[in-house]
Structure formats: C-alpha cells, structure tokens
Design a protein. Structure first.
Length: 332
C-alpha cells in the first residue's frame, strides 16, 4: 500500500498534487497558549488562516491537488482537530507531524524519556493517531537545539525518529541542517537511507557558513530550501532572514549542477503565529507570487518546478517501511 497520512486519512501519492513541504498552520513556543497577551480566539485563528489556505488551493489548481505539510510537531501548538476542520473546509490536504522541533522545545515531561519511549510515542501517532482525533502523523520532525550544536536530547530524539521512520515508513524532516555529522551518523547506525531525511533550513540566513549542505547531498540527504520569503528586504525581517538574491543563487546552484533531485523547497510561513507576531506579509503563497516568477526569469522550466513541488515530495512523503521490507526479504 503506497499511501500518505493526512489529518483526514490516508491518500495516494497521485492525490497530493502541489506540496508545500515545510509550513505551519500556527507555530508557537511551548506555553504560549497560556499567555493572555497572545491568546487568540478560534474566530481569529480561522480568520487569519482560511484565506491563506484558500489562496493556496487556488494557486495549486493546475497541479491537481494542494498539500500543506505542517512542521509543528508535539509541544509547539499542533492542533489536529483544527487542522481537520481547515482541511475539510478548504480542500487542502494537511499532513501533520509527530516529533519535536528540537530538544529545547520538548516540554520537561519528555526530557528524561528514553529512546524506546520516544520511538513508541512517534509510532503511536503515525499508526494509531494523535490524541483522540483519529488523525495520524505523516512525517517526523526533529531538530537542533539553539546554539547550532546537537544536545543530548536532540540526539535521543533523532535516534527515536530513525527507528520510527524505519518501522512505519514515514520520512523525517529536520529543523536546521547545521551540525549534521552526528545526525548522519545516527541514521547510518540505524540503517535509515538518507533520502528519507530532509535537512531543513539549509538556506536560512543565520545558518550560512555553518551548513555543509553539499556534503549532506553527497551522502544522499535531501536539502531543504524551505525558508523562501524570509528576505532581508522585508520591512521587518526576522533574525534568520537572508538577502533574496543570495538565497535564490544558492538554490539555482543546485539546479545548474544537476542536483535537482537533492532539493525540496517551501516557505516555512505561519498562517496564524502563536505567542509571537510572526512575519507580516509572508505566507505560503510567496512560492507562487515571488519565487516562481524569479525561477522562470532565470530560465527554470515548468518541468523542473513540477519535479521539485510535485514528484520529489510525493516520493519523499510516500510511506516506505524499510524494516518490514528487510524482514520480508530475510524470511522469504
Ligand atoms: Zn518551520
């Protein structure tokens, strides 16, 4: 069975259509939901989010489907009931993630959790469901804690993610592509092929000079150009912003060098940020409004755009349980 878990149930790869591989319905630091300064009513959240998803759906019509992968994970404002209602009303497929943005955003409850405990938690969310929503996770989020260096809890989460990915077949995406050596080592030790991992934010402003993205690509990992739109040209750019042209050149370098199959791209925008103001004017629709015209101007053809936003993410998101394949082969 080749399927992808969305919050409304499994779908076939052909149904995904256009995929924004790293986005957020709403992202906030753990506890922000308790801060009255930032607390949003459900009405406000729908009001901020629905028009952006409707526009995304409209922009993707010619691709035969719209898929929004929510990279929020456990503890950062993930709300699957809400995602289900958004998906039903807008027609956008929403893929939810299990896992954590990083060890430093996992609530203290998980701090001492063993690799086995975390693995079981991820597998439960992928195969049984997230809470009592019936919605299952379709991807696992992991990440590097603040400071650009893997912490012990990060490593534990990466190992648990690798085991859950092998068992269930869902892929992994990472927050930050810095300090990738220990990550690559863990995935190798666990026997997870590196094309099941998207090393995210390889293109952000603060990581430059610290990301060995070509080395990761050589090892077979996928490179995330997934902060498109966080441009220093914005009126109020975030600290991870980068000059628009510099990011574009970085990306085009991969295409010119024949490495298109190594990349995936997205905007990492928040439909309705939680506990912070977000970045005004930045939405997932940047891809259609600004990125694609810039790519076309630089001679990138429609087939390449289709490859990066339809074919490659479909291959990546389709569940490929390696351990069961290996076991089947061993007993055959
Ligand atoms: Zn993100």
């Amino acid at each position: 069975m080749t399927t992808i878990n969305t919050v409304l149930g499994p779908i076939a790869p052909e149904e995904l259509g256009f995929v924004a591989i790293h986005e957020h319905i709403g992202y906030g630091m753990p506890g922000s939901e308790l801060d009255t300064t930032w607390w949003k009513t459900p009405e406000q959240r729908y009001e901020e989010t629905v028009p952006k998803l409707r526009k995304f759906h409209e922009n993707t019509l010619s691709y035969g489907g719209a898929t929004f992968v929510d990279a929020t994970g456990i503890c950062n404002g993930r709300d699957v009931n809400y995602y289900q209602s958004l998906s039903e009303k807008t027609g956008v497929h929403i893929v939810a993630s299990t896992g954590f943005v990083g060890g430093d955003t996992a609530l203290p409850f998980f701090e001492r959790a063993s690799v086995d405990y975390l693995t079981a938690q991820f597998i439960h969310e992928i195969t049984v469901g997230i809470g009592n929503t019936g919605g299952k996770a379709g991807i696992i989020k992991v990440g590097v804690s603040r400071g650009f260096k893997m912490k012990e809890l990060d490593l534990r989460i990466y190992r648990a993610a690798a085991r859950a990915a092998l068992e269930t077949g869902v892929p992994i995406f990472t927050h930050l592509a810095v300090d990738a050596e220990p990550a690559v080592e863990i995935f190798a030790e666990e026997g997870l092929p590196l094309d099941r991992v998207l090393f995210g934010h390889a293109d952000d402003g603060v990581s430059q000079g610290k990301v060995r993205d070509r080395w990761i690509a050589e090892q077979g990992g996928r490179i995330g150009f997934d902060t498109f739109g966080y441009d220093l040209e914005l009126p109020d750019p975030p600290f991870w912003g980068r000059p628009r042209q510099e990011r574009l050149e970085h990306f085009l370098g991969y295409l010119r060098d024949g490495l298109v199959d190594s990349v995936l791209a997205s905007a990492d925008a928040n439909c309705s940020p939680l506990g912070w103001p977000g970045v005004k004017g930045h939405t997932v629709n940047y891809l259609f409004e600004t990125l694609f015209p810039a790519l076309r101007e630089n001679g990138v053809d429609e087939a390449t755009i289709h490859r990066i936003f339809v074919e490659l993410p479909a291959d990546f998101l389709t569940m490929q349980p390696h351990s069961t394949q290996t076991r089947a082969a061993a007993t055959a």
